[in-house]
Design a protein around this ligand. Structure first.
Ligand SMILES: Nc1ncnc2c1ncn2[C@@H]1O[C@H](COP(=O)(O)OP(=O)(O)OP(=O)(O)O)[C@@H](O)[C@H]1O
Ligand SMILES: [Mg+2]
Length: 257
């Protein structure tokens, strides 16, 4: 059996003279449930964008299910869903929830964009049901709550049945309850639909019950493993050196009482 996976080999990415990622190597076997954690500017978004060919490595190689995102961006994007860091829907246009999900289908089609409406409608409804918004397909996107909008963005990303879902800071705008509900949904996509998950997040506590694989990133990769292996002082102190945020991260196995 051929294993499918994503693999980075000695990847360095620069923006001009700024080094965003430095000599990153790791491999994740499908299906995986993984979180990239690191301070602001650590290169989390850059790493996600590189996997779909939106930024190119200046050195090293990236393989996504045996495809090179630089050489084959359209093939890669046909099997990868992406939920960007900011919700990128123009709310000055009165779009309905179903229209936002439809954009996920259209954006992956090659011209001429001919499609069968009943089939498309079925796929849109199915994706909205998966994220728990089956009732809201005719609602205006702009009036939804932050948590509901984030779910619509996930429906938009999974409507084309990707093998891999990239999520950039999906929890950032949500309250504690919505964070936990969203973490549960993301975990279900992985467990029940066999979609590999790679998400960037500052806060991983909503996902900890699901025992994700954690990548500690700050330009370099400082650790990769389960919480007990990487959320430890020696790894975090190096990755977060000079950042205030370390005080906010629960270091496992230490008694703060
Ligand atoms: N388009 C760009 N042009 C120039 N520099 C960029 C660009 N995008 C990112 N950078 C720089 O690359 C580095 C990594 O940025 P990136 O957005 O990948 O970090 P991040 O971990 O996602 O940060 P955050 O937690 O704030 O979202 C930063 O120093 C950033 O300023
Ligand atoms: Mg980012």
């Amino acid at each position: 059996m051929i294993m499918s996976f994503i693999e980075l080999t000695n990847v360095t990415i620069k923006y001009g003279s700024i080094v965003a990622l430095e000599n990153i190597s790791f491999k994740l076997e499908h299906p995986f449930f993984a979180i990239i954690m690191g301070p602001n500017g650590a290169g989390k978004t850059t790493l996600l964008r590189a996997l779909i060919g939106l930024v190119k490595p200046s050195r090293g190689e990236i393989s996504v299910f045996n495809l090179d995102p630089v050489k084959d961006p359209y093939k890669v994007r046909s099997i990868v869903g992406y939920v960007p860091q900011m919700i990128t829907v123009d709310t000055s246009v009165p779009l309905r929830v179903r229209d936002v999900v439809l954009m996920g289908i259209i954006s992956k089609m090659k011209p001429p964009r001919v499609f069968k409406t009943p089939r498309i409608n079925y796929e849109i409804e199915r994706a909205l049901k998966v994220v728990g918004l089956g009732e809201l397909h005719d609602e205006l996107f702009s009036i939804l709550s932050g948590g509901q909008k984030q779910r619509v963005m996930i429906a938009r990303a999974i409507v084309t049945k990707p093998k891999l879902l990239l999520l950039d800071e999906p929890f950032s705008m949500l309250d504690a309850e919505a964070k936990c509900e969203l973490a549960e949904l993301i975990y279900r996509l992985y467990r029940e639909m066999n979609i590999s998950i790679l998400m960037a997040a500052h806060e991983i506590s909503p996902c900890l019950p699901y025992e994700p694989l954690i990548l500690i990133l700050n330009k370099k990769l400082y650790g990769i493993g389960k919480a007990h292996d990487v959320l430890v002082r020696e790894v975090l102190a190096k990755a977060y050196a000079g950042y205030m945020e370390i005080g906010k991260i629960a270091i496992l196995g230490e008694d703060h009482g």
